[in-house]
Design a protein around this ligand. Structure first.
Ligand SMILES: C[S@@+](CC[C@H](N)C(=O)[O-])C[C@H]1O[C@@H](n2cnc3c(N)ncnc32)[C@H](O)[C@@H]1O
Length: 271
């Protein structure tokens, strides 16, 4: 299960994603990992494939710290945008994995306290992370790229006392038929990262109202594509990237003008 991307969560090997990422132990522990029983560990290993984790409390804390550190990198990078947006009330996370960002963003009040949070993922044990899948991801109802665990996702969200959430099973429900429109739709290390966003826009566009903001982590090989011109787009970069490396970036899209935070696509990807 090799990703091919150095910055992938799956290459963490118990090291922080960013050279200057806050030392994991110093990061606020908003996301709480449950006891690392064998079944929890099995599901975590599918999401964080290269972390060397065991069924013990030390590994639980390592994974918990990494989930929080990664979520804070995302939060910090996106804060300029969040602070200029109306607080979302209806949220969709695509490829939620085990729920770390939904928990951290809820606790950081990225959205209203009574917001309705929809999470879209399904059970699976295979990943399609190799670069050859980036431009040819499997198309629904083929869910062979999914490696989630919906029962554990639900358990972890409850463990973290997340309220008003609903999990949608991607094996049963096609993305474009979800009950949109949403105020914010996002996916980290999922659509747009392992698989080009271009292949999901037909499904996501119907879920976007005039002011919806769509956010995803970008693959370091990302190249702007024609259809992006239909949207207002900004690129936000994570701080603390290794010297000389391309910063980990997030793409924000909307049908309305986005605040001028971060960079335009042309500035971020000249030529
Ligand atoms: C590397 S994990 C990331 C999980 C979570 N977003 C995180 O950052 O911790 C990728 C997630 O995307 C899900 N996934 C796989 N194929 C997908 C697809 N076609 N659409 C949406 N999500 C997908 C997987 O099941 C998995 O939960």
């Amino acid at each position: 299960m090799e990703t091919g991307f150095r910055l992938s969560l799956n290459r963490l090997r118990n090291k922080p994603l960013f050279s200057k990422a806050p030392a994991a132990k110093k990061t606020e522990q908003l996301f709480l990992a449950p006891e690392f029983s064998e079944d929890v560990l099995k599901a975590v290993r599918l999401i964080s494939t290269c972390m060397h984790l065991k069924a013990n409390d030390k590994s639980r804390l390592v994974w918990q710290s990494e989930c929080n550190a990664t979520s804070f990198v995302e939060y910090d990078a996106l804060l300029p945008l969040f602070s200029k947006m109306k607080k979302p009330k209806k949220i969709l996370e695509i490829g939620a994995g085990l729920g770390r960002s939904a928990v951290v963003f809820s606790k950081k009040q990225v959205w209203e306290a009574d917001a309705s949070i929809h999470l879209y993922d399904t059970n699976g044990s295979s990943t399609k992370y190799k670069q050859k899948h980036y431009d040819r991801p499997p198309k629904w109802p083929d869910v062979s790229s999914f490696c989630g665990n919906l029962e554990l996702l639900d358990r972890i969200l409850k463990y973290n006392e997340l309220a008003n959430y609903k999990i949608f099973d991607a094996a049963q429900i096609e993305l474009k038929t979800l009950p949109g429109p949403y105020d914010i739709i996002y996916g980290f290390y999922s659509i747009g990262f392992h698989w080009s966003l271009e292949h999901y826009l037909d499904d996501i566009d119907p879920l976007m109202g005039p002011e919806t903001v769509l956010i995803c982590t970008l693959n370091k090989h990302f190249e702007p594509f024609k259809r992006l011109e239909n949207y207002s787009a900004r690129v936000l970069e994570a701080a603390g990237t290794k010297k000389g490396a391309r910063p980990l970036s997030y793409l924000a899209l909307s049908k309305s003008a986005l605040p001028e935070v971060g960079l335009s696509v042309g500035e971020a990807y000249p030529g």
